[in-house]
Design a protein around this ligand. Structure first.
Ligand code: SAM
Ligand code: SF4
Length: 341
């Protein structure tokens, strides 16, 4: 079927392996007010502003995916809340929640600006937010994020909760940094009724350090947690890489994202767009499609729709993460802050 007919008919996007694409992650900026050691070098070179999609272009792009069956959008970055006028985009996308075309609009944030924006995000329709906190020790927090302040982030978390937004925590497991704190972080999250998801470091982009030094397999973390806790496998699934357990002692949920040691591709329902409009069909592969060209070539969405359709027909079956043991360089050269987490 021609792309214009398909989109007019609202036919869902289905990849060659039968997976419906219902989840879009959109990176709105590669910039950030933190410099997490596993994510960026301290002196990052950011993209020229003219290369970024405008907020209006991001809105058009999201609308094109929603027409083809995307039900959930996650805004990410870089730090999404440092993009100027970002609330405009949340409000614009909120109209698809009102119409029922979209089930969920959410974001992943470092929390630095949450105190300021929580109530406006809630007004735009945001009901859940992922906040990344790798350690609850203020000094270590400074070491890991280089520029971040834990107290500010925790005030942001409280503001989100007070506004009626449910918070979920993400923490990257880092050898020698937070490995002895994970039990405490589980208790902290679960005590406030929040899930915690642990993430293994992924080899995305050169960060100037040796990543094999940071890498802490979650299989080890999980084994250690069996001592203080009883972990019961949970059927909870999001279509993404996380696998969940329920911690019997706290009653809360704990997720594990293990891209290097576990294959999660079979149920993958998601694609990612970078802040420059490149569509990545798989986080772990280099293949992509340019959507900025078609967006800028015409005010009509025909070219954009056709480019999306073509790209999804190339979504690969699985990923290919490797840290090359000889060069210790990542197999995927782009940074997480470009693709979005
Ligand atoms: N700035 C926001 C934040 O930190 O939540 C959103 C973007 S950040 C790239 C999204 C998530 O990716 C964060 O939870 C972060 O900890 C994680 N992340 C960044 N680089 C990573 C890497 N190399 N391996 C694993 N997770 C990474
Ligand atoms: Fe910024 Fe998020 Fe990357 Fe940390 S992980 S440097 S907060 S984009």
């Amino acid at each position: 079927m021609a792309a214009d007919t398909a989109q007019a008919a609202g036919i869902p996007l289905v990849d060659p392996f039968g997976r419906s694409i219902e989840y879009l992650r959109v990176s709105v900026t590669d910039r950030c007010d933190f410099r997490c050691v596993y994510c960026m070098t301290e002196h990052m070179t950011f993209l020229p502003k003219k290369d970024l999609l405008s907020l209006e272009e991001l809105d058009r792009l999201c609308a094109a995916f929603i027409r083809r069956g995307v039900r959930k959008i996650r805004i990410t970055g870089g730090e999404p809340l440092v993009r100027r006028n970002i609330l405009w985009l949340f409000r614009a996308l909120g109209r698809h929640l009102d119409s029922g075309a979209l089930d969920e609009l959410t974001l992943t944030t470092n929390g630095s600006q949450l105190e300021k924006y929580a109530s406006e995000l809630h007004a735009a329709g945001v009901r859940r937010v992922n906040v990344s906190i790798d350690t609850l020790d203020p000094d270590k927090f400074k070491t890991v994020t280089r520029w971040g302040d834990l107290a500010t982030v925790l005030r942001g978390v409280e503001a989100a909760e007070a506004a009626g937004i449910k918070v979920k925590f993400n923490a990257v497991a880092l050898k020698g940094i937070n490995e002895n704190e994970i039990e405490g972080m589980i208790r902290f999250a679960h005590a406030r009724g929040a899930d915690l998801t642990l993430i293994e470091t992924m080899p995305l982009g050169d960060i100037g350090d040796d990543r094999t030094d940071q890498y802490l397999p979650l299989s080890i973390v999980r084994a250690r947690l069996m001592d203080p806790f009883t972990l019961e496998d949970s059927p909870h699934r999001t279509g993404g890489p996380a696998r969940y357990v329920t911690v019997k002692e706290t009653g809360g949920r704990l997720g594990f994202i293990t891209p290097l040691t576990h294959n999660f591709c079979e149920s993958c329902n998601r694609v990612r767009v970078t802040c420059t409009g490149r569509l990545y069909m798989c986080l772990g592969q280099e293949d992509d499609a340019d959507l900025r060209g078609p967006l800028r070539a015409s005010a009509d969405d025909g070219l954009l729709d056709a480019a999306i359709e073509e790209a999804i027909s190339r979504k690969p079956k699985g990923h290919d993460f490797v840290i090359d043991r000889r060069t210790k360089k990542p197999a995927v050269a782009r940074h997480m802050s470009v693709t979005g987490g």
